[in-house]
Design a protein around this ligand. Structure first.
Ligand code: GDP
Length: 445
């Protein structure tokens, strides 16, 4: 799916080239593709609709800079909106509370609460150097209490015993008291889940929340739930003031849409993702990276941003104005183009950002060599006098030898550069104004 979308979008981006504005009609196809991609990624339909509306509102009537196509502008709007929806970067567990900081784990049965409780304990012990206690209030399934005991041991944390004869709130209070007396930094409370949302379950976890006053109330949700995740998320959000989400079983879900749905429905940040059944299978969630993955575009969006940011608009406009006034294209302009190519972050860093398929194609060009080549050309031009740069026709044999010696190259290299410059000059005459991107692409080979 990833490469199919990339292909479609880049084709649409091409089709939109040369149109000065984003309009209702030229944006339709593109938005349809984005919509399909989100649905294929298993993002819930209401969330998709909402997203598309926001993108469209932002895009319509947007002026398009001369060096960009409406398609490129739209791609970057989609990117920014996705990133905004997913939230900023990463957010770790909040422990700013009078110790013990209480973390309440909520979610359906099978979501991965118990496993995640232990994973989190391990994370807090190793990364935050905390003393961690766990307890289970799942009085309906004695096996669940035993399971927590086992995984807590693996995590290197302490487990507080509980039995199915007790009441959940009593268990929680006893554990809290024990944690206080024994100077634990963190108390992780694993709660009972049901296979589906029910009133009794919600009442119970609300009561636990009331007595524990947790600093974090984490909603644990199975990424593979896809569309269903949205209903579960809604129910938990209505019952509890969620402070974060942990998305489990992301190792089995290549589509990643649940993240966007759950994030949008709860408004809470996704803090971690579960990446395996093992105790260390927990990763800090990087919202921005995930946003890119949802549309299956690799970092192609970031690439567009980088190209946009890297182009020196002032230099590009100066050049365009110069060409309109007919004063011609000289070696100084050629140099400024070379420098712009470099300022786009270096060819090899651009290459890394391309989706695999495109990178393979581009990979046939040796980027290191191409970069070295640009530097050599720059060196040659910099060894010329200002007059020579303006009037390259002055550069005859003696001058060529001097320039070659000055920049540490052979005379043939100077000749090659001058040939290339002439070709470029010819091309510029034909193109007349604008088209910086096209031109740079051609130079990039
Ligand atoms: P609970 O009922 O919410 O406490 O869920 P459990 O912690 O018992 O987990 C249910 C199942 O999901 C178990 O078999 C876990 O090993 C598995 N599981 C939990 N998290 C992950 C994960 O991130 N990746 C994978 N592959 N399996 C997971």
């Amino acid at each position: 799916m990833a490469s199919a979308l990339t292909d479609k979008l880049s084709r649409l981006v091409k089709e939109m080239r040369g149109q000065a504005r984003i309009t209702e009609s030229n944006v339709q196809d593109m938005l349809r593709e984005v919509r399909m991609a989100l649905l294929e990624a298993d993002v819930a339909l209401p969330v998709v609709r909402d997203f598309i509306t926001r993108v469209k509102d932002k895009a319509l009537g947007q002026e398009v800079m001369s060096s960009l196509s409406p398609g490129q502008v739209l791609v970057s709007i989609v990117n920014r909106e996705l990133a905004a929806t997913m939230g900023e970067g990463v957010s770790d567990i909040n422990l700013a509370a009078q110790p013990p900081a209480v973390i309440l784990m909520a979610g359906l049965q099978g979501a991965g609460k118990t496993t995640t409780t232990a994973k989190l304990a391990k994370h807090l012990i190793e990364k935050r150097k905390k003393k961690v206690l766990t307890v289970s209030s799942d009085v309906y399934r004695p096996a669940a209490i035993e399971q927590l005991k086992t995984v807590t041991k693996q995590a290197g944390a302490e487990w507080f015993p509980s039995t199915s004869e007790q009441k959940p709130v009593d268990i929680a209070l006893a554990a809290l008291d024990y944690a206080r007396k024994h100077f634990f930094d963190v108390l992780l409370v694993d709660t009972a889940g049901r296979l589906a949302i029910d009133e009794a379950l919600m009442a119970e976890i609300k009561a636990l929340h009331a007595v524990l006053n947790p600093v974090e109330t984490l909603f644990v949700v199975d990424a593979m739930q896809g569309q269903d995740a949205i209903n579960t998320a809604k129910a938990f959000k209505e019952a509890l003031p969620l402070t974060g989400i942990i998305l489990t079983k992301t190792d089995g879900d290549s589509r990643g849409g649940a993240a966007l749905s759950v994030r949008q429905i709860t408004g809470a940040p996704i803090k971690f993702s579960g990446t395996s059944e093992k105790i260390d299978g927990l990763e800090v969630f990087d919202a921005q990276r995930h946003a890119g993955r949802i549309l299956g575009m690799g970092d192609i969006l970031a690439l567009v941003e980088q190209v946009t940011a890297g182009v020196d608009m002032e230099a590009a406009q100066k050049l365009a104005a110069k060409m309109k006034s007919g004063s011609g294209f000289d070696l100084d302009d050629f140099l400024s183009q070379l420098q712009q190519m470099k300022s786009m972050g270096g060819l090899s860093s651009l290459l890394e950002k391309l989706p695999a398929q495109m990178a393979a194609k581009a990979g046939q060009v040796d980027m290191n060599k191409a970069e070295k080549d640009i530097r050599r050309k720059e060196g040659i031009i910099q060894s010329m006098t200002p007059l020579e740069r303006r009037k390259p026709e002055l550069i005859k044999a003696t001058r060529k030898r001097r320039i070659a010696a000055g920049s540490g190259v052979q005379v043939q290299d100077v000749n090659r550069l001058l040939n290339e410059f002439e070709q470029m000059q010819g091309m510029m005459k034909k193109m007349k104004g604008g088209g910086m991107m096209k031109m740079m692409k051609r130079m990039g080979g």
